[in-house]
Each structure stands twice: as C-alpha cells, then as structure tokens.
Design a protein around this ligand. Structure first.
Ligand SMILES: [Zn+2]
Length: 122
C-alpha cells in the first residue's frame, strides 16, 4: 500500500517542469500561483494532485506557490444526429439516438493556463 499515486505525481512533476522553465527566464520574480486546466478524461483526483504538487515543490523555485485547478467536463458530438452533450459516468453513447459513433469535443485538456508572479523581496 502506498500513499502517493503515481498518476498524480507524474502530472504534478510535469506542471513543475513547465513552470520551472518559465521561472528560469524570469529569475527576478517569485512564483505565487499556477493555474492549470485539466480535462476530466485525464482522470485526476484533485486532492491527490495538490498533495503531490506540495510535496514536490520543496526546494524548487516554486516552493511558495499554490496550484489552482480548473477541471473541464467531458463533452462529445454525435456523428449520427449531430447532437452535442456532456458525458457522465464515462457513458460513451449518444443520449438522443444511442449511437456509439461520437467524437469527444473536450475533456483531454492539460495545460498551464497562467502563472502569477511577484517581484522577489530581495
Ligand atoms: Zn446521436
């Protein structure tokens, strides 16, 4: 039994890599808040991701920052009847015509949307 989930740890590591790269180009600022957009298809548990992030930022340029998550729901478009709808419970069929020929239109997002910084209190 382990208290750290590999999936969330990998994603937190990924976010930290992206932001560290940004921080390197601006050494005179302190990173305060990192806003990340994640689609539901990535299947992240927000509490676990925040926990992984907090434990990984120790002794990095991000150590005083907090993570702000926006979860994007999964939506799809039906190729048969052209309806747009949200996906609940990972039920991948059209609720209008029961077709399974659908295209996901959101839910796979994963990117750093914004990084809030403050001048270093030197
Ligand atoms: Zn349909």
């Amino acid at each position: 039994m382990t208290s750290v989930c590999m999936h969330e740890t990998a994603i937190a590591g990924n976010i930290i890599d992206i932001v560290t790269e940004t921080g390197r180009r601006h050494p005179d600022v302190e990173i305060k808040r990192v806003r990340v957009v994640i689609g539901e298809m990535i299947a992240v548990v927000p509490e676990l991701l925040l926990h992984a992030y907090d434990s990984l930022i120790t002794d990095t340029p991000l150590q005083y920052s907090s993570l702000d998550l926006t979860i994007i729901p999964v939506t799809a478009n039906c190729s048969q009847c052209d309806a747009s709808f949200g996906i609940d419970e990972f039920e991948f069929t059209c609720p209008f015509c029961q077709s399974s020929s659908i295209q996901l239109t959101s839910g796979h997002e994963f990117y750093v949307k914004e990084v809030e910084v403050e001048p270093c209190p030197s």
